[in-house]
Design a protein around this ligand. Structure first.
Ligand code: IPD
Length: 266
């Protein structure tokens, strides 16, 4: 795919993410308390997930009818260029009235993460990145933190029932023992975006879905952070480990959580 086609897609991803974010914000502010269902243990579903995914799917299909799209709620199929979309990442937060969630739209071209846009509508924040073209937050360049030691680092850890609680506890214990402080804010996508923006120094999760991380991986790599080669895992569509980190602590954190970092960037 040439430069012009990729640029067009980055602009479209940003404007669709912003529009989808505005819809998510409206639905969040007007939702009745307790209005959610569970797809499984701790796996929340709200009406907003479906409505936002339908909007993104319709917009992408209109502008790029030959591209594939895979969404968290309604699946889809892949093509040479495939959009991977999480309509609401941080659904449990959304469902329980916590304003920390986002819309994530990423593009994979021939298996390689090329670009992503993430809208966090309650904070009026729009993150965007394209491979080799940098990462921005509301149009301004962002950089991963210059943190040089785990004793001053803030690391976010994600958890889901896809892995035993014991694995999560072991990882948490090892990170705490390293001297880093541990955060869990409930949106893997924003966890990655916060590393890109220098607000955290790392994000690790033992099994996470591609729609939670694609856009964020491009963002972190373009902000000068380190990322693992998520899409090299043969089963990435059903879940794989993720690790992103500020450059000064990446090697040490990788050793502690047992997730190798990519040597070639995203
Ligand atoms: C979840 C969140 C959570 C992460 C889980 C994801 P969802 O996505 O990103 O932080 O730990 O692995 O499944 O359900 O809110 O879209």
């Amino acid at each position: 795919m040439d430069d012009r086609a990729l640029n067009l897609r980055l602009h479209a991803a940003c404007s669709i993410a912003a529009e989808a974010g505005a819809l998510a914000r409206h639905l969040f502010l007007n939702r009745p308390q307790g209005d959610y269902a569970l797809k499984g243990p701790q796996d929340y579903l709200t009406e907003a997930d479906g409505a936002v995914e339908a909007l993104v799917r319709e917009r992408l299909a209109t502008v790029f009818p030959d591209d594939g799209m895979i969404g968290e709620e309604t699946g889809g199929s892949s093509a040479a260029a495939t959009w991977i979309v999480d309509p609401i990442d941080g659904t449990a937060n959304f469902a329980r009235g916590v304003p920390h969630f986002c819309v994530s739209i990423g593009l994979l071209v021939n298996g390689r993460p090329e670009l992503g846009a993430i809208a966090a509508p309650m904070q009026n924040e729009l993150y965007a990145a394209r491979r080799s073209r940098g990462a921005t937050l509301n149009g301004r360049p962002i950089r991963a933190a210059a943190t040089g030691a785990l004793s001053e680092a803030v690391v976010e850890l994600g958890w889901s029932p896809r892995r035993p609680a014991a694995d999560y506890l072991t990882m948490t214990e090892r990170v705490l023992a390293s001297g880093a402080s541990v955060r869990r804010a409930g949106s893997g996508t924003l966890g990655l975006a916060y590393v890109a923006a220098g607000r955290s120094d790392g994000y690790a999760e033992l099994n996470i879905r591609a729609w939670d991380v694609l856009a964020g991986l491009v963002l972190v790599a373009e902000a000068g952070g380190l990322v693992n080669d998520f899409f090299a895992a043969p089963d990435w569509l059903t879940g794989a480990p993720v690790l992103v980190a500020a450059p000064g602590i990446g090697a040490a954190l990788s050793e502690i959580v047992g997730i190798p970092l990519s040597t070639a960037g995203s």
